[in-house]
Write a protein that binds this ligand. Structure first.
Ligand SMILES: [Fe+2]
Length: 398
């Protein structure tokens, strides 16, 4: 059976006009065969960067196969995107979500509930990200139980943002998916926005759609801007609290002072362009982890542009943390509008392969111990930096 790509079903909430190219279901191919077959791999690679998310349904996939699939996209990449120093990871906001499969340490077990005798792990209690552990404000427990009210937990790309380069692709494989009525994400930011999502979903937004949604002055700003991340960013925010949309941190001085962080080096801090260029399509994707940024550098408008207006026409260096976060929120919040979020309706044995340099994603909370969710997640710290806008992009958008 030849490889075919079929549109994935979208929820009625989605504004499909922005998602014509987004997501495809791959049929006629077992994902475990992709890494062994160069021609097949190139077809899948093309499809992934063109559509940003590929779904393979009803597949049996070993951790070794999952790792090989991810590695085919980035052959010189060796280790898990956050590194494998789990002693160090204990000090970060990520530590309770990382459980490694012993024989394939690049594959993590993630999910919710207690799992026994799984892939060499005798017993592990998985903790799904839940807003009550991380957001500044909370939904009343009764609303959660009665209406399935919930929040986006933490919008992010899979990236350590210190020392390691962001993963190119992530593979998420669903082994157990909780069954039950849908949940309702509340934005709780005064807009009244809500979004119904399947129980235990992973929600995705496109960095390309997020960029396209910007007004002209912010496009000009984005194409000229770079963002710098904190040293050990997830340790830096370990005591901080997130805003109610899961799209940033409340500015109240709760970050760990740099001098109290584990030893760090300035050269290992990361500075990236706001916009990451899709290597296949050339499109620009707004890809900024809003929680771990410290400052923004902006280049001046090109010299030949005589009308010096808009945001920071002469460039600048924005260091006030609240201002930095406010700018990011203004730029990213439109891109997570209910009509622009794809919440994947997981079925058991789904494999979702996504373009980690073109999307942002988040889980939403599970709240009962018996809502068992068991997933394998794999991605690799890349050896390449993300590509930023080129001179033609700058000419076009500045
Ligand atoms: Fe993730």
């Amino acid at each position: 059976m030849p490889l075919t790509l079929e549109p994935i079903p979208f929820p009625p909430s989605l504004d499909v006009s922005h998602f014509q190219d987004f997501g495809r279901e791959v049929k006629g191919v077992h994902p475990g065969d992709v890494a062994q077959d160069q021609r097949l791999f190139h077809d899948i690679e093309d499809a992934l960067y063109t559509h940003d998310l590929l779904l393979f349904r009803d597949v049996d996939l070993t951790p070794e196969q999952q790792h090989s699939l991810v590695k085919a996209f980035d052959t010189s990449a060796e280790q898990y995107a956050h590194g494998n120093d789990h002693e160090k990871a204990k000090k970060t906001v990520l530590h309770s979500y990382l459980n490694t499969i012993p024989r394939v340490p690049q594959v993590q077990v993630i999910g919710h509930g207690t799992v026994r005798d799984h892939e060499g792990i005798a017993e592990v209690t998985l903790k799904h990200g839940h807003h009550k552990t991380f957001h500044k404000t909370q939904i009343p427990v009764t609303d959660e139980e009665k209406y399935g009210a919930t929040r986006f937990f933490r919008w992010h790309m899979d990236a350590a943002l210190y020392n390691f380069e962001p993963a190119k692709v992530t593979a998420l494989y669903g082994l157990k998916v909780p069954q039950g009525p849908p949940q309702v994400v509340r934005y709780d930011d005064g807009t009244g926005d809500e979004l119904e999502v399947p129980l235990g979903t992973t929600a995705f937004v496109s960095g390309k759609v997020m960029f396209d949604a910007l007004p002209k002055d912010l496009k000009s700003f984005a194409v000229r801007a770079r963002v710098r991340y904190a040293p050990h960013p997830f340790e830096w925010i370990r005591n901080a609290k997130a805003v109610s949309t899961g799209l940033g941190i409340v500015s109240e001085g709760a970050e760990v002072p740099f001098e109290d962080l584990s030893e760090w080096e300035e050269e290992k801090r990361k500075t990236y362009p706001f916009l990451w260029r899709n290597a296949k399509t050339g499109e620009l994707h707004l890809q900024v982890h809003p929680m771990t940024i410290t400052d923004i550098y902006v280049n001046a408008l090109p010299a030949h542009i005589t009308e010096r207006k808009g945001r920071y026409p002469e460039g600048g260096h924005i260091t006030d943390l609240k201002e930095v976060r406010d700018i990011m929120y203004e730029m990213q919040r439109p891109g997570i509008a209910p009509s622009l979020v794809y919440p994947h309706p997981w079925k058991e044995k789904d494999l979702v392969l996504f373009h980690n340099r073109g999307l942002m994603h988040t889980v939403v909370g599970l709240f009962r111990e018996d809502q068992i969710r068991l997933f394998h997640q794999s991605n690799l710290a890349s050896s390449d930096r993300p590509e930023g806008p080129n001179e033609f992009d700058i000419e076009k958008w500045a």
